[in-house]
Write a protein that binds this ligand. Structure first.
Ligand code: FHN
Length: 420
């Protein structure tokens, strides 16, 4: 079974060992508290949007040390933060714009202390940068732009110099990769198809090849996602769980699922569809069982805090990870020879030759495992280390589940496989 295929460049081992990371979407949209796309959805011009939120960005309760502690407690090994999202507002003290946190009541660069707080805890730093920019005067209107239906505007794009915007993008990328120490991952987002008569924006418009060349020169070992449309080190489906390990050109690739707690990436006060801890744990297991990473998003509030619902999920996942993380870190899909039983997932650590059977729906008393006969030396529960007794049959192995696990759907068995 081919394990993680090495990316085009850079060393992905820290990434595939980590398996679990924190995504952070934080910006002026956090004040609107109704999705990070509110500027586009409500057709707000750059001026109207800025006048509403810029002077009110005052995250007086912001403490990145607390954020990093919660990521650590949840068992997250890397983080990716939106340095600039589509709204164009920058969290750091960029010399190429005045539309930045130091010029708001925040009065400071809020990115640097965040990178330092996470890095100081051994959490790999990753930076997200939006290719879209609904504030920059040279960013041309496209099918996602807030002004896309503004008759007084559309057609005046000729006054905009998109090449000047791309130069701005290159300059800011250089700032991010030279002023914040070693950055382990860059997440660019996203390329736009031609739609509704508007031209798209892809690798040619972004000058992606030249941008990747610059990035590799500045940070040779950085991992890049695939949204510049020139390949990349990490394939990044969004809010989607594939049926099996993702392949590109017939090769298994390093991939990462990114998901939210509730559907919105930015803080959304009134959203009711929050996933439970149990659902999120199963999502993490399912992702690793398919050879991928999970980047799970938090949308901090306009005052700079993770809200209670987010803290509850992070702590709940952390409680599971404290006993079960060895079935996640450094694990990947199980060898093809092991057929996964119904309502279960299998993860496998090739370094320790341990197979982990994650039982999503625990049967009454016995667990039947066709095809496992003679292939498992010993079985124990991860949460308390207790032995699970097995009986070998010709076609299958039977495990005695016992009363303990009824109602504990997310529990995991460690199956010690014979030393190869
Ligand atoms: O439009 C963004 C969205 O706001 C969010 O940042 C996600 C994260 O992967 N990316 C884009 C949607 O694909």
């Amino acid at each position: 079974m081919g394990l993680d295929v090495r990316p085009t460049i850079g060393d992905s081992s820290w990434f595939t060992q980590s398996r679990f990371g924190m995504f952070i979407h934080w910006g002026l949209y956090s004040l609107g508290a109704r999705h990070e796309w509110l500027q586009s959805r409500e057709f707000l011009s750059a001026e109207a949007y800025r006048d509403k939120y810029f002077r009110r960005f005052d995250p007086d309760l912001y403490d990145p040390e607390l954020w990093a502690d919660l990521a650590l407690e949840a068992g997250m090994k890397y983080f990716v933060v939106t340095t600039k999202h589509h709204e164009g507002f920058c969290l750091w003290d960029s010399k190429y714009t005045v539309y930045k946190a130091p010029n708001t009541p925040a009065g400071r660069d809020v990115l640097k202390p965040m990178v330092e707080a996470f890095r100081s805890r051994g959490i790999h730093p990753g930076l997200y940068y939006s290719l879209l920019d609904w504030h920059h005067p040279d960013y041309t209107v496209d099918v996602k732009h807030p002004l896309r239906y503004d008759k007084t505007f559309v057609g005046k794009d000729s006054e905009r110099r998109f090449d000047r915007y791309v130069e701005y993008m290159f300059n800011q990328t250089r700032e991010l990769l030279t002023e914040f120490g070693k950055i382990d991952l860059m997440f660019f987002d996203f390329s736009i198809p031609s739609l509704e008569g508007f031209p798209g924006k892809g690798k040619d418009e972004w000058r992606s090849e030249a941008l990747v060349k610059l990035i590799r020169e500045l940070q040779p070992n950085i991992l890049l996602n695939d949204r510049l449309q020139v390949g990349g080190d990490i394939t990044t489906p969004e809010q989607y769980q594939p049926r099996k390990w993702i392949e590109v050109d017939g090769r298994r690739v390093v991939w990462e699922a990114c998901h939210t707690f509730s559907g919105s990436w930015g803080y959304y006060r009134d959203e009711e569809t929050w996933k439970s801890v149990d659902q999120l744990v199963k999502m993490l297991i399912d992702t690793v069982a398919k050879g991928g990473n999970l980047l799970l998003n938090v949308g901090p509030t306009g005052r700079g805090e993770f809200d209670e619902r987010a803290v509850d999920r992070l702590k709940g996942i952390g409680a599971w990870m404290r006993r079960h993380n060895r079935s996640i870190y450094g694990c990947t899909a199980a060898p093809d020879a092991f057929a996964c039983p119904a309502d279960c997932r299998l993860t496998y650590n090739p370094d320790t030759n341990r197979l982990y059977l994650h039982v999503f729906s625990w049967p009454f008393k016995h667990l039947h495992l066709p095809g496992f006969s003679g292939r498992v030396e010993y079985a124990q529960l991860l949460n308390d280390g207790s032995e699970i007794r097995m009986t070998e049959g010709k076609q299958e192995m039977t495990m005695e589940a016992g009363a303990f696990n009824e109602g504990r759907p997310e529990d995991t068995l460690t199956l010690a496989l014979p030393v190869k």
